[in-house]
Design a binder for this molecule. Structure first.
Ligand SMILES: [Zn+2]
Ligand SMILES: [Zn+2]
Length: 295
């Protein structure tokens, strides 16, 4: 199984067009890596790929990854998508992929995500022939071909701002992808609003896991004058007594763990910061665009 991080940033990316925080300034000055919005690609054979979330940066991400580029004429090696939630930074790239023509994508998501996104007329075409959009329930497993199977792991979460930030059981999910030949398992959990036993068990089962690293602290956005707490935006911060780091540090390095979906305000983006050194000490990494793991 090949896993590639196409984009490692939360909504807005790094730098974000309207942000002059320290991390955005560093990236803008070329003194730190630029990061596109969160998305992953996974493949059993390197020929046929599944995207986990489709960011508005998907065209740039495809151009940065030869394996995702068309081989001849019109076409794509992308078989379909696994969507974790209905946030615009995770589904907005469907607008970019609308020239699919005869190519049939298979989309998987929760019922709530399909209702919210396919219910939008701009995206409704992905819920019609030649495409298929299949709603999955918690714990359901689907065959992705090339020996890969994906299982839905429910995680605490809420609908996006445009849908009222409602706490629904299937507003957000994670996916565990297993290689049937090798038994290797990877967890994609770029969004969750609280820790849960199911989430911890999934990280423990998997050899590789990507976790929501949007925010280090709950009040981080105050630093750029935004009066919104991380939790109110549907993201469990890493730090603090109930933060994800406290749970994840017990599971690393037995599971190879990366924080993904990093907001540009997150001090983890500065490799010299206290938080970055703290996670490094227990063997947890920070995902970056182009990180590829043959697993
Ligand atoms: Zn996001
Ligand atoms: Zn910024």
């Amino acid at each position: 199984m090949i896993v590639r991080v196409l984009g490692s940033a939360a909504g807005g990316g790094v730098p974000q067009w309207n942000c002059a925080c320290a991390n955005c300034r560093t990236a803008r000055a070329g003194q730190g890596p630029r990061r596109t919005q969160s998305s992953f690609a996974v493949s059993g054979n390197g020929e046929r790929w599944w995207l986990v979330n489709v960011s508005p940066d998907v065209a740039v991400q495809i151009e940065a990854c030869e394996a995702l580029q068309p081989r001849e004429g019109r076409g794509t090696p992308i078989a379909g998508m696994l969507l974790t939630d209905a946030n615009v930074d995770h589904v907005g790239g469907l607008a970019v992929l609308r020239q699919a023509g005869d190519h049939a994508f298979t989309l998987y998501s929760s019922g709530t995500v399909r209702r919210l996104v396919a219910g939008d007329r701009a995206f409704a075409a992905f819920n019609q022939s030649p495409h298929r959009w299949i709603a999955l329930g918690a714990g359901e497993t689907v065959d992705l071909g090339e020996r890969l199977r994906a299982t839905v792991v429910p995680v605490p979460g809420m609908t996006p701002g445009y849908a009222g930030r409602e706490m629904l059981a299937d507003a957000v999910v994670a996916y565990e992808v297993e290689d049937g030949n090798t038994g290797a398992r990877v967890l994609f959990a770029p969004v969750f609003s609280a820790w849960s036993q199911a989430l911890g068990a999934a990280v423990e089962r998997c050899g590789l896991a990507f976790a929501d690293g949007s925010f280090w602290s709950d009040d981080e956005l105050a630093g750029v004058g935004v009066a919104k707490a991380a939790r109110a935006l549907g993201h469990l911060p890493a730090a603090g007594p109930f933060g994800s780091f406290r749970a994840l540090r017990e599971l690393a390095p037995a599971t190879r763990i990366y924080y993904a979906h990093l907001n540009n305000t997150n001090p983890l983006l500065d490799p010299g910061s206290g938080p970055a050194l703290e996670i490094e000490r227990v063997g947890i990494g920070v995902a970056y665009d182009g990180l590829e793991i043959d697993f």
